[in-house]
Design a protein around this ligand. Sequence first.
Ligand SMILES: Cc1cc2nc3c(=O)[nH]c(=O)nc-3n(C[C@H](O)[C@H](O)[C@H](O)COP(=O)(O)O)c2cc1C
Length: 306
Amino acid sequence: MSVDIAGLKLANPMMTASGTCGYSTEYADFVDLRRLGAFVTKSITREPRAGNDYSRVVETRAGMLNAIGLANIGLDAFLAEKVPQLEKLGAPVFVNVAGTSVDDYVAVAEQLEQVPVVRGIELNISCPNVKAGGLQFGTDPEQVRHVTAAVRGACRRNVLIVKLSPNVTDIAATAAAAVEAGADALSLINTFTAMAIDVEKRRPVLANATGGLSGPAIRPVAVYMVHRVYTQVTRDANVPIIGIGGIQYARDALEFILAGATGLAVGTALFADPTCLHSIPEGLADYCRRHGFRRLTELVGSLQTA
Ligand SMILES: Cc1cc2nc3c(=O)[nH]c(=O)nc-3n(C[C@H](O)[C@H](O)[C@H](O)COP(=O)(O)O)c2cc1C
């Protein structure tokens, strides 16, 4: 089951999707997080953020919408209060980093270089760049290139993962920009901008009006995007993909692996059944046994299309 993410060997491909498993202790009563390949934290920003007003989450027919607004305790409190807990976790930690300027990302990445339990930084680029007029970093290849290159300069020890937004015309363009600027790995996808309306009140359900759609509804699009990025960008560049989007069962995870993902992160499914973090790798091992594969990695990108 072991996988290699840019030179970092993980016991298995399973990870938590950023923002869906807190800082680690929140789910400790339900799952044995030591059995994860890696734990991915919620987005951390330079300064604390209160996040958006409530309602911030709503269930939809095949997933959920969230507009948390990057609520988090900020870098200083994260280092003082959460890192000691993460040191006891027994799994490698990837810290997801968010910001509203390139300087924000670089400042957080620099400090995380000094924290041994942190082995990787995942850039959440689905954030508005305040200096560039509020346009999301992740929707413009030039901004993706700029922020990735800047953090690359500050990130020498940690694996640098760039998390791609699906809210683009061609995700291969932003993927290529991240890889050319020095990303060690890509994770995809983040949520789709979406909306739910309370027809009785004739108002948006979320206080923020719009939110990010996740869960089973997005899985086929996410699988397609992993396939596109793998075939157009990362296979030749030898850059691993962490597949994210509606994974709940081993067969979902297998779709991502066949499409080209080496790692897997689970988000929305944790709200329904956190134990899927254990049942998915068991199902993957069973599939390998039934089909005569000795290593999970033999399956990566092995989709037959001809
Ligand atoms: C409640 C919630 C909070 C999230 N917070 C973050 C976050 O802080 N940073 C981030 O990069 N992605 C965040 N995401 C996106 C997830 O990490 C993931 O990319 C997305 O939900 C798709 O995976 P899923 O369908 O398995 O949930 C969040 C998703 C949800 C549902």
